[in-house]
Design a protein around this ligand. Structure first.
Ligand code: PA5
Length: 449
């Protein structure tokens, strides 16, 4: 079986190869600390061996639940934010037909999303569509108290109950949350929903291989066994037992840390396959929330090429030189489409007639890489053989393991997110939430200044 490949050869004119290799022992030690659960944040390391720990019975249970729900509905609304929805969306968007919503015949329920924003128009428009569809809800919140998904759930639960009746709605709602704590657990118990547990030792952004990702993806018709198998193979390959030179997670973590130390503060994840847009959103949360603390951390950004070559391309080529470009590339695409020849070559494209569109796309990738490296943007290239569940499983586990290692190399705890609380405290103070009286007074005084 082929595996994901990481090529860092295009960073060596910016940081010497020897410097990257100087980090090899620390990277392997960090991988070991993750596996032994001896590093920072060690109560959140359940994700490290999740792929090999998932049992066949668990997967079967997810598949059975999915089969039952799928029979009843045209759509499933995944309600969640951050790590409670981005993994699902990353996989679903990468592997779905680009025009799925316009396809007349669909084999599986289409996945819709709520709770990731508080746009009143968004929710209103979603309800308009749900009025016309049979739908189920998968509500996901580890804490069970996050405001955005809680608001969306309250609204959609009411909508569904009105639409099909309380008794039928109960069987169309699945809650995925903490085993004991949180308002969602209380609601689920009181209402009698089917529930799944998010393990205590797995944080949101590392949870795609728990029920958080696997249940909605199974409902959407994705091959969750392929995803888990890919992750499991990567778990072995990225383990501390694999020497540095053959260990993609250690290589990527060491490379980006050396570049960061040399002044490259922003990493752009670039794709030439726009189905990866949400994979980049997932990656941004993973790296941004894991590393951005203690006034440190590479700022994770993303671009969809070719579209962004005609917008952000200018900045990447000639703007401030603080960028790293990491390209995620797919070796072999799933379709075949040739550029036709025309008698009158009015658009001047006959010189590439007969070529696959992807072959031209790959030349754009190569040409861009050479141009950006010439423009002093170091390039890291990550290639997966094909776009399917198995290789996405490899890719996502690789990024998770590399993120843990990279955070340790950076000297931060990659498994907490204390900074996320600050906006929440202000929002609760402004909303005059009971218990926030002191903060409400302080923020109102501040606004008067
Ligand atoms: O990575 C994380 O832990 C966070 O981004 C959470 O996923 C996000 O804040 C949602 O939290 P919850 O699942 O508790 O609603």
């Amino acid at each position: 079986m082929e595996t994901l490949k990481v090529d860092i050869s295009k960073i060596f004119e910016f940081v010497p190869e020897a410097d990257v290799f100087d980090l090899s022992q620390k990277a392997i030690d960090s991988a070991k600390a993750l596996e032994n659960k001896s590093g920072k944040g060690n109560d959140f390391l359940g994700w490290v061996n999740l792929p090999s720990a998932i049992s066949d019975a668990e997967l079967k249970d997810f598949e059975n639940t999915a089969a039952l729900i799928s029979k009843k509905v045209d759509a499933v609304v995944v309600i969640g934010i951050g790590g409670s929805y981005l993994g699902t969306r990353a996989v679903a968007e990468a592997l779905s037909h680009s025009f799925l919503h316009l396809k007349k015949e669909r084999q599986h329920p289409v996945i819709l999303y709520a709770g990731q924003n508080m746009g009143e128009d968004y929710l209103t428009e979603l309800i308009e569509i749900l009025d016309t569809l049979k739908y189920a809800i998968v509500v996901i919140s580890k804490s069970g108290t996050t405001t955005e998904p809680a608001i969306a759930f309250r609204i959609l639960k009411n909508h569904l109950e009105k639409k099909v009746g309380k008794a039928a709605a109960k069987d169309l709602i699945i809650a995925i949350t903490d085993a004991r704590k949180g308002a969602l657990r209380v609601t689920a118990t009181n209402e009698g929903y089917k529930t799944y547990v998010i393990p205590d030792d797995v944080g949101g952004r590392y949870s795609v291989l728990t029920p958080v990702g696997l249940v909605p993806l199974a409902i959407g018709g994705f091959d969750i066994r392929g995803l888990v198998k890919g992750a499991m193979d990567m778990e072995k390959i990225c383990s501390s037992a694999t020497p540095f030179a053959k260990n993609p997670a250690c290589i990527y973590a060491a490379a980006r840390n050396m570049l960061y130390r040399s002044g490259k503060k922003i990493e752009i994840l670039a794709n030439y396959e726009n189905k990866f847009h949400y994979l980049a959103e997932w990656w941004k949360q993973l790296y941004g929330e894991s590393e951005g603390k203690k006034n440190r951390g590479i700022f994770p950004a993303s671009v969809d090429f070719s579209a962004d070559l005609h917008s952000m391309g200018q900045y990447i080529q000639q703007g401030e030189r603080h960028l790293i470009e990491t390209v995620v590339s797919v070796k072999e695409v799933n379709s075949k489409l040739l550029i036709p020849k025309e008698k009158e070559d009015l658009d001047g494209l006959n010189y590439i007639a007969g070529m696959h569109v992807d072959a031209v796309n790959k030349k754009a990738e190569l040409g861009t890489m050479l141009a950006h490296v010439d423009g002093n943007v170091p390039n890291i290239r990550i290639e997966i053989p094909k776009l399917n569940e198995y290789y996405l499983g490899q890719l996502m586990y690789f990024f998770e393991k590399a993120c843990g290692i990279s955070g340790y190399l950076m000297g931060v705890n990659p498994f907490d997110q204390p900074g996320v609380e600050d906006y929440k405290n202000n929002m609760f103070a402004l909303l005059e939430k009971p218990g926030y009286e002191k903060q409400t007074k302080a923020i109102q005084d501040k606004l008067k200044q």
